[in-house]
Write a new protein. Structure first.
Length: 73
């Protein structure tokens, strides 16, 4: 949703579902700006954990945002 107004200027890179962590880890050595990766709660279990563990292992400064849907009451 960052690709559209009013947040269009915030979007510099877009990766498909589950690729944010891998893309962020791959470009980290070549950039100096901060990275924020948004993962859904299902994507976190599908492929997000790999990207996060790799970023930790490599000492990369990547912020991961994982919103969750609370269970029904």
């Amino acid at each position: 949703m960052f690709m559209f107004e009013p947040t269009k200027d915030l979007m510099h890179n877009y990766s498909g579902m589950g690729l944010g962590g891998g893309t962020g880890a791959g470009i980290d050595p070549f950039i100096t700006n901060k990275q924020v990766v948004f993962l859904g709660d299902s994507t976190f279990f599908h492929s997000g954990m790999l990207g996060i563990s790799n970023a930790l292992k490599q000492g990369q400064d990547i912020t991961y945002v994982i919103p969750t849907i609370p269970p029904p009451p």
